[in-house]
Design a protein. Structure first.
Length: 317
């Protein structure tokens, strides 16, 4: 006998998750692909926030970045092209207790998924959304995407693309009810981590536009920003993305900013003079649609049957 009284309660420590609890498999992205940096930061966030893997879901569409859920040891759904948003919204409506992340690329989100994207913003469903933008279809080996710049030579535009690109920040900020819109870059992991953390803390649809390197099909895409610090600017805002002094010093340019003004945010998104990193806009006061959807979660089978029968009776002859 161990001398325990029958009603003794063992004071066991709570489960503490380590990085390995969130890791799964070996990421099959090319060497130098920016997706690796985002994955590392997300796994770090999960550990820092001690997210329960059983209550965390990553939903994606189709594309290189959409392989993301395979590398997270959480729940995940690698779905149809452009359809991450409807799936994620459905999950959040039925299971508001889950932490929902959406992973989507520029081809996935801004082309076939554009309608779903716009309405998910409008519904302000409480989830963290990361748009990986490398301005090309990588998985299918170099076709122009909706965000490709004019002149981009690809397999579908051998003489260079002619359409002006769609800008994800301008679109998101243009939709009524946008509540959190931020921009970061995969080559600045500290800024990216601070951005993902702030997005995750925000209650509502948190949209992060991530400038992402594709060294295979867009090898020079980010050179103008990585080789010349004059072209980058940090948005300094006590209510925005806050980085350490050491990281702040790595930016040659910064501006004092107020992320509560939607008009300033829209002007900034249209500006081409620099790449601005930080939180463009935040409004924490907006209601989230998933809360409405969750209202009837406690209804019994009888309650639901009564509502359905009442509806059917309207059409009775
Ligand atoms: Fe990454 Fe480009 Fe390779 Fe796709 S093709 S995994 S985006 S580097």
């Amino acid at each position: 006998m161990f001398g325990l009284k029958p009603d003794a309660v063992l004071d066991l420590p709570e489960k503490h998750y380590v990085l390995e609890d969130y890791e799964k498999g070996i990421a099959r992205w090319c060497d130098g692909c920016g997706d690796h940096a985002v994955l590392a930061n997300i796994q770090k966030l999960c550990r820092e926030e001690q997210l329960d893997p059983d209550k965390t879901v990553f939903v994606s569409g189709i594309g290189c970045s959409s392989r993301f859920p395979h590398y997270m040891n959480t729940y995940g759904f690698h779905g149809l092209h452009g359809r991450a948003f409807p799936v994620a919204c459905g999950i959040k409506h039925r299971r508001p207790d889950l932490d929902v992340f959406v992973i989507t690329g520029d081809g996935d989100c801004c082309s076939i998924g554009a309608g779903a994207w716009i309405h998910a913003i409008r519904y302000n469903v409480n989830m963290t959304v990361m748009l990986f933008n490398n301005e090309i279809y990588g998985l299918t080996k170099k076709q122009q995407s909706p965000t490709s710049r004019v002149g981009t030579v690809s397999n579908t535009t051998p003489r260079g693309s002619i359409l002006p690109p769609l800008h994800p920040m301008q679109v998101t900020l243009g939709v009524s009810n946008a509540s959190f819109v931020a921009q970061t870059a995969d080559w600045n992991p500290a800024h990216m981590y601070a951005t993902i953390k702030a997005a995750h803390e925000h209650k509502g649809f948190s949209f992060i536009h991530i400038l992402q390197r594709c060294p295979v099909f867009q090898p020079k895409l980010v050179d103008e920003w990585t080789s010349n610090r004059d072209n980058l600017c940090y948005l300094k805002d006590d209510n925005g993305i806050i980085v350490s002094e050491e990281i702040e010093k790595t930016f040659k340019n910064s501006i004092d900013y107020d992320c509560s003004n939607i008009n300033t945010a829209r002007e900034l998104a249209q500006s081409n003079d620099k790449l601005y990193l930080g939180l463009f806009y935040k409004d924490s006061s907006k209601e989230t649609y998933d809360e409405y959807g969750a209202h009837n979660l406690g209804a019994t089978i009888e309650d639901k049957a009564a509502v359905l029968n009442a509806e059917f009776d309207k059409y009775g002859i």
